[in-house]
Design a protein around this ligand. Sequence first.
Ligand code: GUN
Length: 282
Amino acid sequence: MQILDGKSLALKIEETLKEEVQLLNKKQITPGLAVILVGDDPASQSYVNMKAKACKRTGIYSTTHEMPKSITQDSLLQTINMLNQNPNIDGILVQLPLPQHINTTTILEAIAPHKDVDGFHPFNVGRISANLEGFTPATPMGVITLLQAYDINLKGKNVVIVGTSNIVGKPLGALFLNHKSTITLCHIYTNNLIEHTKNADILCVAVGKPNLITKEMVKEGAIVVDIGINRLENGKIIGDVDFNNVAPICSFITPVPGGVGPMTIASLLQNTIKATKIRANL
Ligand code: GUN
């Protein structure tokens, strides 16, 4: 069994990006990312902090717009419009989830598609689904980058994805399909989940339920990608896979933490620099 070490790969990617930013700086260009955080959800605050710190390490200018939970949809839209117009901002990211009274689709659709570094605007969702150039959501992009870094061939593989959110499961399915994998998407209404997971050459899990995937559900020699992030009462972070029992039967497996999480951040930085290059016609 080999660990898919997202932490060290993300660091390597950051080093490369740092050099790219320095080259851009020589041309008087600084990449800029604006992050919007609504409310005081501790998990969202922690993700936004990690994103801001990663920007700093890489030399990307970043601003965080913190807004109270009671903010109106119109004020939020005004901020997005302002950022759409701001020439120093290449990427705009609205941390999800948003409060109930705000229509997430309306907000995501307000972001200029060429600044949509999260790839959540329907324009980019469509581009990626059609296997065209566009912004790819950071977590699915990080998963593919991680597998490719370990020379794992995706063509013809049976890929089973458990969890079909718009930000992870569905776009991940689209990416694997673009790489000619055979995909199965499973969700809460899937009958006999084990029948599907047992068949997976590559099993990806993004549900948010500790120990959802047990050893009985995994084929010997499978590659397991754990995208779950669950904080236990004792503060420990674990994924959706029963790592201790599943790892021995895998060929490759991602740890949590240190697997997909750092790759998500690295992918966001990559997307931001891609947006900068588009802006600068490079
Ligand atoms: N909430 C959970 N994951 C993400 C993400 O990748 N981007 C944003 N904007 N919000 C999230």
